[in-house]
Ligand binder design. Sequence first.
Ligand code: SF4
Length: 86
Amino acid sequence: MNNRCEGNCVSRRAVLLAAGATSLIALTASEAEAKIAQAAVKYQQEPKDGKQCDGCNFFIAPNACKQVDGEIVPTGYCLLWVKKAS
Ligand code: SF4
């Protein structure tokens, strides 16, 4: 047997490329679900200028956020604060 392709080299390469693309899509999807670290958005446990998490559109009662990772107190604040839609 030798190292020359005998008709199945291209299809083997195509399978490897497809597997790689699938891994990339899976990675992108998991990154899309990842939340931002508290430090990256300067999260603090105190309100700022009358703005606090329980008045923010991203707050999830009782102690979470759609955007920021970890435990979030209702009186907290970060740079992503957006007024809660009424
Ligand atoms: S202020 Fe920041 S941490 Fe608080 S709910 Fe809004 S986005 Fe989340």
